[in-house]
Design a protein around this ligand. Structure first.
Ligand SMILES: Nc1ncnc2c1ncn2[C@@H]1O[C@H](COP(=O)(O)OP(=O)(O)OP(=O)(O)O)[C@@H](O)[C@H]1O
Length: 284
Protein backbone atom coordinates (compact mmCIF):
# COMPACT_ATOMS: atom_id res chain seq x y z
CA UNK A 1 0.00 0.00 0.00
CA UNK A 2 1.24 3.48 -0.88
CA UNK A 3 0.49 5.79 2.00
CA UNK A 4 0.42 9.54 1.61
CA UNK A 5 1.33 9.96 5.27
CA UNK A 6 2.86 7.35 7.52
CA UNK A 7 3.77 8.02 11.15
CA UNK A 8 5.47 5.15 12.96
CA UNK A 9 6.25 5.11 16.70
CA UNK A 10 6.76 8.86 16.73
CA UNK A 11 8.08 10.22 20.03
CA UNK A 12 9.02 13.63 21.34
CA UNK A 13 10.31 14.42 24.82
CA UNK A 14 9.71 17.83 26.34
CA UNK A 15 10.54 18.62 29.98
CA UNK A 16 6.99 18.10 31.17
CA UNK A 17 5.40 16.17 28.33
CA UNK A 18 6.12 13.11 26.24
CA UNK A 19 4.58 12.31 22.92
CA UNK A 20 4.79 8.56 23.10
CA UNK A 21 4.84 6.10 20.19
CA UNK A 22 2.28 7.74 17.93
CA UNK A 23 1.47 5.70 14.81
CA UNK A 24 -1.07 6.14 12.03
CA UNK A 25 -1.36 5.88 8.25
CA UNK A 26 -3.31 7.82 5.68
CA UNK A 27 -4.06 6.54 2.20
CA UNK A 28 -4.57 8.73 -0.89
CA UNK A 29 -8.13 9.98 -1.36
CA UNK A 30 -9.16 10.26 2.29
CA UNK A 31 -9.68 12.80 5.06
CA UNK A 32 -8.28 12.04 8.50
CA UNK A 33 -9.36 14.03 11.55
CA UNK A 34 -6.90 14.35 14.41
CA UNK A 35 -8.53 14.74 17.81
CA UNK A 36 -7.62 14.89 21.47
CA UNK A 37 -8.17 17.24 24.40
CA UNK A 38 -6.10 20.38 25.06
CA UNK A 39 -2.46 19.49 25.51
CA UNK A 40 -2.84 15.99 24.02
CA UNK A 41 0.04 16.58 21.60
CA UNK A 42 -1.77 17.32 18.33
CA UNK A 43 0.16 20.49 17.41
CA UNK A 44 3.40 18.82 18.46
CA UNK A 45 2.67 15.89 16.11
CA UNK A 46 1.87 18.27 13.25
CA UNK A 47 5.03 20.32 13.89
CA UNK A 48 7.04 17.08 13.85
CA UNK A 49 5.51 16.02 10.53
CA UNK A 50 6.37 19.44 9.10
CA UNK A 51 9.89 19.15 10.55
CA UNK A 52 9.46 22.38 12.50
CA UNK A 53 10.77 20.64 15.63
CA UNK A 54 13.05 17.62 16.01
CA UNK A 55 11.66 14.24 16.94
CA UNK A 56 13.10 12.10 19.72
CA UNK A 57 12.28 8.84 17.97
CA UNK A 58 10.22 7.13 15.30
CA UNK A 59 9.71 7.62 11.61
CA UNK A 60 7.64 9.93 9.44
CA UNK A 61 7.12 9.29 5.75
CA UNK A 62 5.25 11.59 3.42
CA UNK A 63 4.50 10.34 -0.11
CA UNK A 64 6.62 7.32 0.88
CA UNK A 65 9.67 9.55 1.50
CA UNK A 66 11.49 10.31 4.72
CA UNK A 67 10.24 13.72 5.86
CA UNK A 68 13.70 15.11 6.67
CA UNK A 69 15.76 13.62 3.87
CA UNK A 70 13.24 14.80 1.25
CA UNK A 71 11.92 17.85 3.08
CA UNK A 72 12.04 20.30 0.18
CA UNK A 73 10.36 18.00 -2.29
CA UNK A 74 7.72 16.99 0.25
CA UNK A 75 6.88 20.54 1.32
CA UNK A 76 6.34 21.55 -2.28
CA UNK A 77 3.46 19.06 -2.31
CA UNK A 78 1.95 19.93 1.10
CA UNK A 79 -0.60 22.67 1.75
CA UNK A 80 -0.09 23.67 5.35
CA UNK A 81 -2.39 25.69 7.59
CA UNK A 82 -0.96 26.47 10.97
CA UNK A 83 -2.95 27.66 14.00
CA UNK A 84 -0.92 30.83 14.42
CA UNK A 85 -0.36 33.47 11.77
CA UNK A 86 3.16 33.18 10.41
CA UNK A 87 2.94 35.98 7.87
CA UNK A 88 4.55 39.43 7.88
CA UNK A 89 1.90 41.62 9.44
CA UNK A 90 2.92 44.82 7.65
CA UNK A 91 2.57 43.39 4.14
CA UNK A 92 -0.61 43.28 2.11
CA UNK A 93 -2.19 39.96 1.09
CA UNK A 94 -0.91 40.52 -2.45
CA UNK A 95 2.67 41.23 -1.31
CA UNK A 96 2.66 38.23 1.01
CA UNK A 97 1.27 36.05 -1.76
CA UNK A 98 4.12 37.11 -4.06
CA UNK A 99 6.61 35.90 -1.46
CA UNK A 100 5.00 32.56 -0.59
CA UNK A 101 4.08 31.66 -4.17
CA UNK A 102 7.82 31.58 -4.97
CA UNK A 103 8.25 28.56 -2.70
CA UNK A 104 5.96 26.33 -4.75
CA UNK A 105 6.68 24.85 -8.15
CA UNK A 106 2.98 24.39 -8.98
CA UNK A 107 1.64 27.71 -7.70
CA UNK A 108 -1.51 28.76 -9.59
CA UNK A 109 -2.49 32.45 -9.42
CA UNK A 110 -5.88 31.73 -10.99
CA UNK A 111 -6.83 29.38 -8.17
CA UNK A 112 -5.54 31.87 -5.57
CA UNK A 113 -7.52 34.75 -7.10
CA UNK A 114 -10.63 32.60 -7.22
CA UNK A 115 -10.30 31.87 -3.48
CA UNK A 116 -9.72 35.57 -2.77
CA UNK A 117 -13.10 36.29 -4.35
CA UNK A 118 -14.81 33.25 -2.81
CA UNK A 119 -13.46 34.13 0.66
CA UNK A 120 -14.24 37.85 0.26
CA UNK A 121 -10.63 38.88 0.85
CA UNK A 122 -9.22 42.09 -0.58
CA UNK A 123 -5.64 41.54 -1.87
CA UNK A 124 -4.85 45.15 -0.90
CA UNK A 125 -5.61 44.56 2.81
CA UNK A 126 -2.65 44.48 5.16
CA UNK A 127 -2.26 41.20 7.04
CA UNK A 128 -2.38 43.04 10.39
CA UNK A 129 -5.84 44.43 9.61
CA UNK A 130 -7.33 40.96 9.05
CA UNK A 131 -9.50 39.31 11.71
CA UNK A 132 -8.50 35.85 12.97
CA UNK A 133 -11.02 34.22 10.64
CA UNK A 134 -9.79 36.27 7.67
CA UNK A 135 -6.19 35.26 8.40
CA UNK A 136 -7.28 31.64 8.45
CA UNK A 137 -9.04 32.16 5.12
CA UNK A 138 -5.83 33.62 3.66
CA UNK A 139 -3.80 30.67 4.99
CA UNK A 140 -6.32 28.29 3.48
CA UNK A 141 -6.19 30.06 0.12
CA UNK A 142 -2.39 29.74 0.10
CA UNK A 143 -2.57 26.06 1.10
CA UNK A 144 -5.08 25.32 -1.65
CA UNK A 145 -3.39 27.28 -4.46
CA UNK A 146 -0.36 25.17 -5.31
CA UNK A 147 -1.95 21.85 -6.28
CA UNK A 148 -0.84 20.17 -3.07
CA UNK A 149 -1.32 16.41 -2.77
CA UNK A 150 -1.58 16.54 1.02
CA UNK A 151 -3.27 19.25 3.03
CA UNK A 152 -2.18 19.41 6.69
CA UNK A 153 -4.02 21.78 8.98
CA UNK A 154 -3.83 22.55 12.66
CA UNK A 155 -7.30 23.58 13.80
CA UNK A 156 -8.23 25.29 10.53
CA UNK A 157 -11.86 25.84 11.44
CA UNK A 158 -11.32 27.41 14.86
CA UNK A 159 -12.31 31.06 14.80
CA UNK A 160 -14.44 30.62 11.68
CA UNK A 161 -18.17 31.25 11.67
CA UNK A 162 -20.46 28.24 11.11
CA UNK A 163 -21.39 29.31 7.58
CA UNK A 164 -17.82 29.60 6.40
CA UNK A 165 -16.88 26.44 8.31
CA UNK A 166 -19.44 24.55 6.31
CA UNK A 167 -18.10 26.04 3.07
CA UNK A 168 -14.60 24.93 4.04
CA UNK A 169 -15.83 21.40 4.70
CA UNK A 170 -17.36 21.37 1.21
CA UNK A 171 -14.07 22.58 -0.28
CA UNK A 172 -12.17 19.86 1.59
CA UNK A 173 -14.64 17.26 0.44
CA UNK A 174 -14.21 18.39 -3.18
CA UNK A 175 -10.42 18.21 -2.92
CA UNK A 176 -10.44 14.51 -2.10
CA UNK A 177 -12.65 13.73 -5.08
CA UNK A 178 -9.30 13.67 -6.84
CA UNK A 179 -8.40 10.30 -5.39
CA UNK A 180 -4.69 11.10 -5.19
CA UNK A 181 -5.05 13.85 -2.60
CA UNK A 182 -5.55 13.54 1.16
CA UNK A 183 -6.25 15.82 4.08
CA UNK A 184 -5.04 15.56 7.66
CA UNK A 185 -6.37 18.08 10.16
CA UNK A 186 -6.68 18.57 13.87
CA UNK A 187 -9.82 20.01 15.36
CA UNK A 188 -11.88 20.31 18.51
CA UNK A 189 -15.05 20.56 16.46
CA UNK A 190 -15.93 16.89 16.28
CA UNK A 191 -19.20 17.54 14.45
CA UNK A 192 -17.10 18.78 11.50
CA UNK A 193 -15.39 15.41 11.44
CA UNK A 194 -18.68 13.56 11.57
CA UNK A 195 -19.51 15.39 8.33
CA UNK A 196 -16.29 14.92 6.36
CA UNK A 197 -13.71 12.60 7.94
CA UNK A 198 -13.07 9.05 6.72
CA UNK A 199 -10.59 8.23 9.48
CA UNK A 200 -10.13 9.50 13.02
CA UNK A 201 -6.87 9.46 14.92
CA UNK A 202 -7.38 10.13 18.60
CA UNK A 203 -4.56 10.85 21.03
CA UNK A 204 -4.76 11.61 24.74
CA UNK A 205 -1.95 12.81 26.98
CA UNK A 206 0.66 12.07 24.32
CA UNK A 207 -0.53 8.50 23.75
CA UNK A 208 -2.51 6.78 21.00
CA UNK A 209 -6.13 5.99 21.78
CA UNK A 210 -7.03 4.81 18.27
CA UNK A 211 -6.65 5.45 14.57
CA UNK A 212 -9.59 3.88 12.76
CA UNK A 213 -12.21 4.42 10.07
CA UNK A 214 -14.86 6.83 11.40
CA UNK A 215 -17.81 4.58 10.51
CA UNK A 216 -16.23 1.66 12.32
CA UNK A 217 -15.76 3.83 15.44
CA UNK A 218 -19.32 5.09 15.37
CA UNK A 219 -20.62 1.52 14.93
CA UNK A 220 -18.43 0.18 17.69
CA UNK A 221 -19.35 2.59 20.49
CA UNK A 222 -22.78 3.35 21.95
CA UNK A 223 -24.32 5.46 24.67
CA UNK A 224 -26.37 3.55 27.21
CA UNK A 225 -29.03 5.28 29.28
CA UNK A 226 -30.98 3.90 32.21
CA UNK A 227 -32.06 4.25 35.82
CA UNK A 228 -29.43 4.38 38.57
CA UNK A 229 -31.09 1.37 40.25
CA UNK A 230 -29.43 -0.75 37.54
CA UNK A 231 -25.96 0.24 38.71
CA UNK A 232 -23.85 -1.78 41.12
CA UNK A 233 -20.12 -2.41 41.32
CA UNK A 234 -20.33 -5.12 38.64
CA UNK A 235 -22.51 -3.31 36.14
CA UNK A 236 -20.56 -0.06 36.56
CA UNK A 237 -17.42 -1.84 35.37
CA UNK A 238 -19.05 -2.65 32.05
CA UNK A 239 -18.74 0.98 30.96
CA UNK A 240 -15.77 2.89 29.61
CA UNK A 241 -17.11 5.95 31.38
CA UNK A 242 -20.25 6.76 33.31
CA UNK A 243 -22.11 9.88 34.34
CA UNK A 244 -24.87 9.82 36.92
CA UNK A 245 -27.55 12.44 37.41
CA UNK A 246 -30.58 12.61 39.68
CA UNK A 247 -32.71 11.06 36.93
CA UNK A 248 -30.47 8.23 35.79
CA UNK A 249 -27.14 7.31 34.25
CA UNK A 250 -25.50 7.64 30.87
CA UNK A 251 -22.49 5.51 29.98
CA UNK A 252 -20.22 4.78 27.02
CA UNK A 253 -19.65 1.21 25.91
CA UNK A 254 -17.62 -0.46 23.18
CA UNK A 255 -19.32 -3.79 23.79
CA UNK A 256 -22.94 -3.35 22.80
CA UNK A 257 -23.69 -7.11 22.82
CA UNK A 258 -22.50 -7.42 26.38
CA UNK A 259 -24.67 -4.48 27.49
CA UNK A 260 -27.72 -6.02 25.80
CA UNK A 261 -27.04 -9.32 27.56
CA UNK A 262 -26.71 -7.70 30.98
CA UNK A 263 -29.45 -5.08 30.88
CA UNK A 264 -31.84 -6.66 28.35
CA UNK A 265 -34.44 -4.04 27.41
CA UNK A 266 -34.12 -2.06 30.64
CA UNK A 267 -31.73 0.44 29.06
CA UNK A 268 -31.80 2.67 26.03
CA UNK A 269 -28.92 2.17 23.59
CA UNK A 270 -28.15 5.12 21.32
CA UNK A 271 -25.51 5.95 18.76
CA UNK A 272 -22.53 7.71 20.35
CA UNK A 273 -21.13 10.88 18.83
CA UNK A 274 -17.39 11.47 18.49
CA UNK A 275 -17.75 14.03 21.27
CA UNK A 276 -19.32 11.40 23.58
CA UNK A 277 -16.51 8.97 22.77
CA UNK A 278 -13.83 11.57 23.38
CA UNK A 279 -15.43 12.86 26.59
CA UNK A 280 -15.81 9.49 28.28
CA UNK A 281 -12.46 8.09 27.17
CA UNK A 282 -10.59 11.20 28.33
CA UNK A 283 -12.49 11.34 31.63
CA UNK A 284 -11.68 7.70 32.34
N1 LIG B 1 8.32 23.90 22.84
C1 LIG B 1 7.81 23.23 23.89
N2 LIG B 1 8.52 23.06 25.02
C2 LIG B 1 8.03 22.38 26.08
N3 LIG B 1 6.78 21.83 26.09
C3 LIG B 1 6.02 21.98 25.00
C4 LIG B 1 6.48 22.69 23.84
N4 LIG B 1 5.51 22.67 22.91
C5 LIG B 1 4.48 22.00 23.45
N5 LIG B 1 4.77 21.57 24.71
C6 LIG B 1 3.92 20.80 25.61
O1 LIG B 1 3.46 19.66 24.91
C7 LIG B 1 2.13 19.35 25.32
C8 LIG B 1 1.26 19.15 24.11
O2 LIG B 1 1.05 20.40 23.48
P1 LIG B 1 0.35 20.52 22.06
O3 LIG B 1 0.34 21.98 21.71
O4 LIG B 1 0.97 19.58 21.12
O5 LIG B 1 -1.14 20.01 22.41
P2 LIG B 1 -2.47 20.09 21.52
O6 LIG B 1 -3.05 18.73 21.52
O7 LIG B 1 -2.19 20.72 20.20
O8 LIG B 1 -3.36 21.06 22.43
P3 LIG B 1 -4.48 22.16 22.05
O9 LIG B 1 -5.70 21.38 21.67
O10 LIG B 1 -4.66 22.88 23.34
O11 LIG B 1 -3.93 23.02 20.95
C9 LIG B 1 1.68 20.45 26.26
O12 LIG B 1 1.81 19.99 27.59
C10 LIG B 1 2.66 21.56 25.98
O13 LIG B 1 2.90 22.33 27.14
Amino acid sequence: MNYILEVNNLSKEFNNFTLDNISFRLEPGYIMGFIGPNGAGKSTTIKLIMNLINKSGGEIKVFGLDHIEHEKEIKDRIGFVYDESHYYENLTIKQMKSIVSGFYSKWDDNIFNRYMREFNLNPKSKIKTLSKGMKTKFSLAVALSHNADLIIMDEPTSGLDPIFRREILDILHNIIQDEHKSIFFSTHITTDLEKVADYITFINNGKMVFSRPKDEILDNYAMVKGGTDLLNSDTRNQFIGLRETSVGFEGLTDNIDNIKKIFKDEVLIERATLEDIMFYIVRR
